[in-house]
Design a protein around this ligand. Structure first.
Ligand code: HEM
Ligand SMILES: N[C@@H](CC(=O)c1ccccc1NC=O)C(=O)O
Length: 261
């Protein structure tokens, strides 16, 4: 008798690696606008980002829902995964930086008026994390109806921070006003025997915030390296606009807490 592994992966023949992962569709989606050698890298990197954004939305949504249900261990488990993905998103900027500015200029003009500014999933992530800003939905040109309704839904639904406030209340920590939230956070910080899970969750949210800030900083230095002070293909002032976004924090109360411990 043959060992069971002899035909491993061939028996049954219903799914294969390629059909399961839809590789013929996936690998057919890199359509270049020019003959420039580096344009494939540019498209690949962005598509990889969008795939990870999709995964992040999946995890962040579930983490938010878990907090509302007081399943804190599950929320933390998912947020740890979120952090690892975010670490990769920051790291992979280095791959794109192997492209020189002069090689980027071979195809940059063809990209306008497209820009990362139009990434719907990126904005969804900001909204669900806590930084809702309706102006982005209004300013968006060229959104499909589906994209517009996805963004509107994100503006209407609760954020990670809303879910965290619900956790505080569930654990009898008042969360009505900013002062109450501040006092509750200090209480959780100083009584970890009682509130260890709540504290760890606050730390996981802070790491998520720190990672997002880290990506913005990494992105803008890459932008300065690539295009200096040129205006963006999306019509903004470029690096100046991006620098104005560097102070954005999802959870200012968690940062302020540090000053009052
Ligand atoms: C050569 C590389 C890149 C350059 C020169 C660049 C440049 C820019 C510029 C100038 C803007 C401001 C909007 C505009 O007027 O165009 C912008 C925004 C943005 N870019 Fe990039 N980018 C690059 C790569 C990437 C990559 C790989 C991503 C990953 C998805 C990305 C995501 C974004 C996002 C999400 C925004 C909006 C940021 C916000 O509104 O806070 N960019 N980029
Ligand atoms: N905004 C960039 C071009 C760019 O990077 C880009 C263009 C089309 C689609 C995504 C992009 N990535 C991030 O902005 C620029 O002004 O050079």
């Amino acid at each position: 008798m043959e060992p069971p592994s002899a035909h491993f992966g061939e028996d049954g023949a219903r799914l294969t690696y390629g059909t399961y992962l839809r590789l013929s569709e996936l690998l057919d989606q890199q359509r270049l606008e020019t003959d420039a050698h580096d344009e494939l890298l540019f498209i690949t990197i962005h598509q990889v980002y969008e795939l990870w954004f999709k995964q992040l939305l999946h995890e962040v949504e579930a983490a938010r829902d878990a907090m509302f249900d007081d399943r804190l261990w599950w929320a933390r488990h998912l947020l740890k995964r979120v952090h690892e993905i975010e670490r990769i998103l920051i790291e992979q900027v280095g791959v794109l930086e192997t492209m020189t500015p002069q090689d980027f200029l071979q195809f940059r003009a063809q990209l306008a008026p497209a820009s990362g500014f139009q990434s719907v999933q990126f904005r969804e992530l900001e909204f669900i994390s806590g930084a809702k800003d309706e102006a982005f939905v209004q300013r968006f040109r060229g959104l499909t109806e589906d994209e517009r309704s996805r963004l509107r839904r994100r503006l209407d639904e609760p954020t990670l921070w809303d879910a965290f406030l619900a956790v505080l209340r569930t654990h009898d920590l008042p969360a009505g006003s900013d002062d109450e939230v501040g006092a509750s956070l200090r209480m959780a910080a100083h009584d970890r025997a009682e509130f260890g899970d709540v504290w760890e969750l606050a730390e996981a949210l802070l790491t998520h915030d720190e990672m997002a800030a880290g990506w913005r900083a990494r992105h803008v230095t890459m932008v300065e390296r690539m295009i200096g002070t040129k205006t963006g293909t999306g019509g903004s002032s470029g690096a100046t606009y991006l620098r104005s976004r560097l102070d954005l924090r999802y959870y200012p109360s968690l940062w302020e807490l540090r000053s009052w411990l």
